[in-house]
Design a protein around this ligand. Structure first.
Ligand code: PLP
Length: 403
């Protein structure tokens, strides 16, 4: 049978229409470059939406996956498996927390955290203590609980009713925080750096007040590190930069080195919250994904990629600031390691389209923000290539407008 052509036309026939895929079919990757079926090489400044921390084809990662796959691909959580133990130990060492639960995707980690928060809050004898709050412009995922926390019309419209007992605090608004939390609050979910929200960092004063209110009302702080974690923002966990001291931490995206894997890590306070059968997943903590996670974390440390995130991230910020001085289209630049947002004067997808034509992959978030999430392995030459391409695009646009 002749294989179907991998084109947008076939895509429309085969799939539900929930993804706006780019008009290229990719076949493989080489380091920081993604290659399409016609051999075109694209500089990848998106990295599988923040997943491919090591770029493409890292031998240590591939070897770890192959060697574990040859031994055992799946057995389920009916059994104990060494790769799960080893990865859990690493996450506990890195966080200083007490317990780990593995799932498969970011949204599943958030669902687990919502369940844990409500169950934990149930022990205080207040049947109303079930409220889970999040911050405006956040993104926590697309399953019902996570979507209810996200609550942006774009993600929610048509899917109501949402989960009861959810609510939203205005980002970095301490007055609103004080108004919204109460004895009914079970947990407040935060992203220290909002990704889908446009690359904005939570303020130190907001975190400080949140922690005081946690002590007062006795609720949990849940750090969603799904996009900002695993070294992307210049520390392994972004919450350490604001000393958030979360009770629960959700990780995903790069955690499985590109294989589906997520984790919830919990403090001593919640260590006993789950009992047998309370929660679980068939695939969660898959041994191949865990072996990949171990290789990924080892490589991040061995290759000093967290330091690289800060060095190259600062380089990009400095160079973009030079561009901002000559191109009025650039309104603002926010950089946290290699999580970078560039606010522009129109829809960012216009620039993403132009960059694609020049074989550079950038991403649009929050309407008018260009988001860069390159592999943590990116070098200065690759960063410069991205900057020069953006410079070219802005210059061409100015020339067109002058005509
Ligand atoms: C901060 C954050 N939380 C949760 C999610 C949901 O993760 P997933 O798409 O793996 O379900 C994402 C995905 O982009 C995210 O960026």
């Amino acid at each position: 049978m002749t294989p179907l052509p991998v084109t947008q036309e076939t895509e429309q026939k085969l799939f539900f229409h929930n993804y706006a895929r780019l008009p290229i079919a990719v076949t493989h990757g080489e380091g920081g470059w993604l290659v399409s079926d016609d051999g075109t090489r694209y500089l990848d400044m998106i990295a599988g939406i923040g997943v491919n921390a090591l770029g493409y084809g890292d031998k240590r990662l591939v070897d770890a996956i192959c060697s574990q796959a040859a031994k055992l691909i799946h057995a389920s959580n009916l059994f104990m498996m060494q790769p799960q133990f080893a990865l859990a130990e690493k996450l506990l060492d890195l966080s200083g927390l007490s317990k780990v639960f593995f799932a498969n995707s970011g949204t599943e980690a958030i669902e687990a955290a919502i369940k844990m928060a409500r169950k934990w809050a149930g022990q205080f004898g207040n049947p109303q203590k079930k409220e889970v709050l999040s911050l405006s412009n956040c993104f926590h995922g697309r399953t019902y609980g996570a979507m209810s926390l996200t609550a942006k019309p774009k993600y929610v419209d048509g899917f109501e009713p949402l989960l009861d007992g959810t609510g939203m605090i205005n980002f970095n608004d301490i007055n609103d925080l004080e108004d919204k939390v109460s004895t009914k609050t079970a947990a407040v979910f935060i992203e220290v750096v909002q990704g889908e929200g446009g690359i904005h960092r939570i303020s130190q004063s907001f975190i400080d007040r949140l922690k005081e209110l946690r002590d007062h009302y006795n609720f949990l702080i849940v750090a969603d590190e799904i996009q900002a974690g695993c070294g992307r923002t210049g520390t392994f966990f972004s919450y350490t930069q604001v000393n958030a001291e979360p009770d629960l931490v959700c990780l995903a995206k790069p955690l499985g080195g590109g294989l589906p894997l997520s984790a919830v890590i919990g403090s001593e306070k919640v260590a006993d919250v789950l009992s047998y059968g309370n929660h679980g997943t068939t695939f969660g903590g898959n041994p191949v994904a865990c072996a990949a996670g171990i290789a990924m974390i080892d490589a991040i440390h061995h290759d000093h990629l967290i330091e690289n995130a800060e060095t190259i991230g600062s380089f990009i910020k400095d160079e973009m600031q030079k561009l901002a001085a000559i191109h009025p289209q650039i309104l603002d630049i926010r950089q946290y390691g290699l999580m970078i947002g560039i606010t522009v004067d129109k829809e960012a997808k216009y620039y993403a389209g132009k960059a694609l034509q020049k074989h550079v992959l950038i991403n649009a978030t929050s309407v008018n923000v260009i988001r860069l999430l390159p592999p943590l392995t990116i070098n200065q030459e690759e960063a410069q290539h991205c900057i020069s391409t953006l410079d070219e695009i802005f210059t061409e646009e100015e020339a067109e407008q002058a005509c």
